[in-house]
Design a binder for this molecule. Structure first.
Ligand SMILES: Nc1ncnc2c1ncn2[C@@H]1O[C@H](COP(=O)(O)OP(=O)(O)O)[C@@H](O)[C@H]1O
Ligand SMILES: [Mg+2]
Length: 363
């Protein structure tokens, strides 16, 4: 057997770990995953150590066998990452993951870098909620809109406190932003500090869950595209991040406001598998293993639709020209992301027609 190009350890074996490991195969990159849940998606393409993220024996295996360790989810114990980082390169670093785990630390970082964000404070610091309404969010651990409560204008101190208590106390309160739309930008930064940035994309959510990504974002002005790229690169440099970084944004008029960051491959970057010259998954592996980053363009007009709760008939989904089906091998459950479909088109009109056809099938 030939030697692998590199062996990469991944904390987390969900769909992101699976798509990372899959992207490693042509590069000769082997992935070893720690994942607590048996039968997780990454098992199809990676060696999975079924263990909790703080299992000492599993961590020792990763440190011994891997050239570098990365994550597919930011909610992993910092102590485990720090233990690994004392023995093997870890990208993103434990310090960066600690920022990404804490919505308050994240927003303070935005402010420190001059990046606009929604008004925010710890709920106990506020005499009253914001005029436009307040969202109380769990500082750590929320995802897909879970761990959030929306309060009306000028919420009382007791309403803020009650919302925070319902999430165990450690929360951030944010003013509601009446945005025109949601966008995101994904970039990768290599070991030598070079960066490659995908264009801004538009994200459409329902009930706090991402439903569709349209790439590149329709009708984005040149100045907004440049601003999105500048923001994510400024953050990546400031965090000295190695790997992929995603930044979720609100567009208000021509302004961009940062919502949250993720120092990892991101759902709004799945379109890059078929829509960009190098996928975010390959790009992340290249970055963390010290390989040159790939070109991001040329870019096809693309759209990604998440499969949530119910699987489509594969033949039906693929009956749409330009459609590609990704099944994660997860049991179907309401509100659970179990796959996605990407469509590309030669131009935006064709892409939009195909997107409408996919949407009709997936619902
Ligand atoms: N300050 C805000 N103003 C308006 N909408 C918001 C705000 N914060 C979050 N949302 C809405 O809730 C969704 C989920 O919130 P987010 O902070 O991104 O948490 P999650 O980690 O669950 O994705 C966002 O995509 C957006 O639609
Ligand atoms: Mg989000």
């Amino acid at each position: 057997m030939t030697e692998p190009t590199a062996t990469v350890g991944i904390l987390g074996g969900g769909q992101l770990g699976r798509m990372l490991a899959l992207a490693g195969v042509p590069l000769g990159i082997r992935c070893v995953v720690i994942e607590p849940t048996p039968g997780a998606p990454a098992g199809a393409v990676a060696e999975v150590l079924t263990a909790s993220y703080d299992d000492q024996r599993a961590l020792e295996q990763l440190a011994r066998r891997c050239d570098v360790v990365t994550i597919e989810v930011e909610h992993v114990p910092i102590d485990s990452l720090a233990w690994l980082a004392a023995r093997v390169p870890v990208h993103p670093s434990p310090e960066v993951v600690a920022v990404a785990q804490d919505r308050l630390a994240e927003k303070r970082r935005f402010v420190a870098l001059g990046i606009e964000t929604a008004p925010f404070a710890a709920p106990e610091e506020l005499d009253a909620g914001y005029e436009a309404g307040t969202i109380v969010k769990r500082r750590t651990g929320g995802f897909d809109g879970r761990g959030q409560a929306r309060l009306g204008p000028h919420a009382s101190r007791s309403a803020l406190a009650a919302a925070a208590t319902s999430f165990g106390g450690r929360c951030v309160a944010e003013g509601v932003v009446s945005f025109d739309r949601e966008l995101s930008v994904v970039a990768a930064r290599g070991l030598d500090g070079t960066a490659a940035c995908y264009p801004l994309v538009e994200n459409r959510h329902r009930d706090g869950i991402l439903r569709e990504t349209v790439a590149p974002a329709p009708d984005a002005s040149a100045s907004m595209l440049a601003e999105g790229a500048a923001m994510v690169c400024r953050l990546a440099d400031d965090l000295d991040l190695v790997g992929v970084l995603a930044l979720e944004l609100f567009q208000v008029g021509e302004r961009l406001m940062a919502n949250e960051l993720a120092p990892r491959v991101h759902n709004s970057g799945h379109w890059t598998i078929e829509g960009a010259a190098t996928s975010q998954f390959e790009q992340h592996l290249r970055a963390v293993t010290g390989l040159p980053l790939g070109e991001v363009g040329p870019i096809w007009p693309s759209a990604m639709v998440n499969v949530i709760g119910v699987e489509p008939e594969p033949a039906r989904a693929l009956s749409v020209p330009g459609a590609h089906l990704h099944r994660y091998g997860k049991a179907a459950r309401p509100d659970r992301k179990i796959g996605h479909v990407t469509v590309t088109g030669r131009d935006e009109r064709e892409r939009d027609e195909r997107l409408a056809a996919v949407r009709a099938i997936i619902g």
